[in-house]
Design a protein around this ligand. Sequence first.
Ligand code: BES
Ligand code: MN
Length: 463
Amino acid sequence: MNVKTPTLDTFKLYFDDNKDSILNDYFEFLKFKSISTEKEHEGDLIACVNWLKKKTEDIGFNTQLWQTSGHPTLYAENLQAGPGKPTLLIYNHYDVQPVDPLELWDTPPFEPTIKDNTVYARGAQDNKGQCMYVFQALKGMMQVNNALPINIKWVVEGEEEAGSKGLSSILQEKREQLKSDYIAIADLGIPSQNTPSVTLGVRGIITMDVEVTGSNTDLHSGTHGGRAYNPLHALVEILSKLRDNQGRILVPGFYDSVAALPEKDRESISFDFDEENYTKTFGIPATGGEKNFAPLERSTIRPTLEINGINGGYSGDGFKTVIPAKATAKLSCRLVPHQDPESIGKNTVRYIESIAPKGISVKVNLHKGMGAAVRANPSSKIVRAYTEAYAQVFNTPCSFSLEGGSIPIITELSQACGGELVLMGMGLDDDQIHAPNEHFGLDRFERGFLVTILAIEALSREN
Ligand code: BES
Ligand code: MN
């Protein structure tokens, strides 16, 4: 199938020989509490990115910290291959999601622990694990060959989990520096342990808060029950009007620009889904979303609207007979190609505010930092390079897939650098990213390391 490469054997050996130091780096990285959405962790994010900056300088990269309105971005480059060779920009993020509910973690989230060749910690996979195998790949090539076969630019941002506002606002001024032939987003996954796959697309995302306000103070639910309109009821009524009983989203115009998947894409992307395994792993059947679509269609090529949180009234121990003055909800929409985040956002806000019951005030606050869906070109050189690399490392043909999650900065970043895009990674659906006991298998860490190296080598052979 492929040309045999001595590179694979060399770097498998290198990985084994250097396993202790690789794990040591990985664990140090995981110990930083780099939670981007929590104010009190600002210092941890700075410490984390400075640690990574130093590590990257130590392996022969020039580095800069790009200050943004939020947490800084690490920019690193090694352009010693020279203008005759292509330039690949690799994207990772060093920030992580919050850890709550903390009591559900079996081991502390910032004290990485190995069990069954698997590392448990917040960020073990998303995205510090994937960031670390990219780093180790660059380091390994520098150690073994004393040089990189192509020019590498590495962008590691600190606000992916918070919507990438900061990086987004400086991309225009960094255009020249970012310029590259190819861009690889190393924050994705594969369908299952032994099934290699290059990701051809992610969904877009918009997020918002809904605030429902009634009286100017909490009220006694006996005295006022029957007179005052309860904001929690108003909220529940509003939320129940967002989708019909077929799972279709009722926001006007929501589906207007949604197109069917082109036939030729359907040939190369598998929508095979193991229902039984899903139920075994997560304890539920895959019954969410729109009727008449297959599970993997519903989670990749169809848009969604989800309630991510509801708040209001009394939910502590015991009981409190209250009609709360306020109730809130957090919503997000996942978007597919051709859906414009801005107009979908506006329509959703307008619709929700228009169905407010009389006597209740409803305000929707649409968040900044939204992103459209993204597609990579399956016949580009970069997709080919990664497809071959996956096939060699897994020793089995590599397919294409689509991801339902989002990485909002991709569109702007790939436009700013001008390069051909690939989405890659080693995540699995049950790595518990964003959840308690997040973990990443060391076998996949090694495979990510090897795929990165082989893809870089393959690009050096392109002209
Ligand atoms: N790495 C994920 C995206 C992802 C999710 C890839 C699932 C593969 C499988 C990324 O870090 C992420 O979680 N993005 C957020 C963005 C949001 C907070 C703006 C998401 O999709 O919810
Ligand atoms: Mn994430």
